[in-house]
Design a protein around this ligand. Structure first.
Ligand SMILES: Cc1ncc(COP(=O)(O)O)c(C=O)c1O
Length: 491
């Protein structure tokens, strides 16, 4: 084959016909805007039926298919069977709801196939660092702290606890490994703490047994007196109490630990103070409620999400670490092919720190862009008002529940989560558990609303986490009406 023919045979993944691909792009954007504008008119959630599951079996597609057909398949088999968390009546677990500009941000980041973390003289890294700086300012965290945008709070907890481990171990964990630890290190949290903390503890080699789950008090906060006793007992037994994990908003009830008390105990006991503020950290920007997270700013590391209460598209979380040098020391590792030195400018030079030195990933998506664009589009004061609105909505729903004789609140609402159940005097707890589970399933299957179910003190409750910027008071009125109607029907 001569060179010219050979060159003609070379392939690329760019469109052969840019015009028709452009037309498809316009159609996708139009359809997407229609979808978002009319969310409220559709069922919240629709189960993917058996034929849809079967559709996704089969071998890799060896030969090309027209791009329009691929999109048509998405519209037919994927789009209708979403979890539904962008819908105004999605309140299950603790989820985000996304924004239009957030979608544009992800699309723009994808359009340049942007990488964030290395090659630090590119704008992407300045954007990420600005978003981190904005988070520090908004959450009242010290400006000298370091930070990293992550894929979510699980990753943020892992990073925070890794820094804590290396800083507190008293030996070089990175060189010598955990098997060389002279003392077993112990970590303290309430028994309401999220499972991602346990995963982090296991991954970091402490072992689950090292995680001391201190019982929660009547408000579902860590029992501070019991915590003090546990630390003293462990120390007396020759163990090394290493870290206290405080919750700024638990998953089940949005309980916020007494963060000032935990900061004091951490200081007295020379423990690292980590706060898991997955969604609750953002209470700090709600003018009427920010006092609830007082003390959070004293954390040595603060983990939180922006894909829950800051309403951004998944994935985006963040970790902040008070001592930037400890943070860098836990992760910085520079192979020769990525060598970079302060002040150099060139393809691999730096004029700002490489973000890859602050986490376990090298290649990372440019998720900071959607945060930067939406924060600017709406202004952060509006986010504060929206978070306040969600908390007010949770209190509104709690009032509706209290006013309905058929309904029962699990406990007073502390923030943005309402747990309640349908109840009848002639039914015992086991029957009520089944009934409320059935109500949850029916609400979801009929596309009316998506709550989830939690167990609190051995009883099952419908769980409504209000982290949705599209919810209106009417949506909560409808929820209460439907739960009562369905309970009466099913009981
Ligand atoms: C309190 C808490 N911490 C951590 C996480 C984990 O966050 P992510 O799902 O973003 O990894 C969650 C998730 O719901 C949570 O509620």
């Amino acid at each position: 084959m001569d060179r010219q023919t050979e060159a003609r045979c070379e392939e690329t993944l760019d469109p052969e016909d840019w015009e028709s691909m452009r037309a498809l792009g316009h159609r996708i954007l139009d359809d997407t805007m229609d979808y978002l504008e009319t969310l409220r008119d559709r069922p919240v959630w629709q189960h993917a039926p058996e034929h849809v599951r079967v559709h996704f079996e089969g071998p890799p597609p060896l030969d090309p298919e027209p791009a329009d057909d691929v999109y048509r398949e998405y519209v037919r088999y994927i789009l209708p069977h979403q979890v539904g968390n962008s819908h105004p009546r999605f309140w299950g677990w603790v989820a985000g709801s996304g924004t239009v500009m957030g979608m544009f941000g992800e699309m723009l980041a994808a359009s340049t196939d942007a990488v964030s973390g290395a090659f630090s003289y590119v704008s992407n890294n300045y954007v990420e660092m600005q978003v981190i700086d904005w988070c520090k300012t908004l959450l009242g965290y010290p400006p000298a702290a370091s930070g990293l945008i992550t894929s979510g709070c699980s990753a943020s907890n892992l990073i925070g606890l890794a820094v804590a481990r290396n800083a507190m171990a008293g030996f070089d964990v990175r060189s010598r490994g955990m098997t060389d630890a002279p003392q077993q290190m112990t970590i303290y949290c309430s028994d309401e703490t999220h499972s991602s903390v346990q995963k982090a503890v296991e991954l970091l080699g402490f072992g689950n047994d090292a995680l001391r789950r201190i019982p929660a008090n009547e408000f579902m906060q860590i029992d501070v007196a019991a915590l003090k006793v546990a630390i003293k007992t462990d120390r007396a037994n020759g163990l090394l109490p290493m870290c206290i994990v405080g919750a700024a908003g638990t998953t089940n009830t949005a309980a916020i630990d007494d963060l000032n008390a935990l900061a004091d105990i951490s200081a007295e006991e020379r423990c690292w103070f980590h706060v898991d503020g997955a969604s609750g950290a953002w209470t700090a920007i709600a003018p009427g409620y920010k006092h609830l997270v007082a003390g959070m700013e004293r954390a040595d590391s603060l983990a939180f999400d922006l894909h829950k209460w800051m309403y951004l598209q998944y994935p985006i979380g963040c970790i902040l670490v008070r001592n930037a040098e400890e943070h860098r020391r836990a992760f910085s590792l520079t192979p020769t092919y990525l060598a970079h030195g302060e002040g150099e400018r060139g393809l691999t030079g730096v004029d700002v720190p490489w973000l890859a030195d602050y986490g376990f990933e090298l290649s990372r998506g440019f998720h900071a862009l959607k945060a930067w664009m939406t924060f600017k589009e709406h202004g952060t004061a509006r986010y504060g008002r929206l978070i306040e609105q969600n908390i007010d909505q949770a209190h509104y729903l709690a009032r509706l529940v209290k006013d309905a004789p058929e309904l029962e609140l699990a406990l007073p609402v502390s923030l943005n989560i309402v747990n309640f159940r349908y109840t009848r005097p002639d039914l015992d707890d086991a029957r009520l558990d089944d009934l409320n589970k059935q109500i949850e399933v029916e609400l979801q299957e009929r596309g009316i609303a998506v709550p989830s179910i939690v167990s609190i003190r051995g009883r099952k409750y419908l769980h409504i986490a209000v982290t949705n910027h599209r919810s209106r008071q009417d949506d909560f009125d409808l929820l209460v009406r439907e739960v009562i109607r369905m309970g009466d029907e099913l009981a």
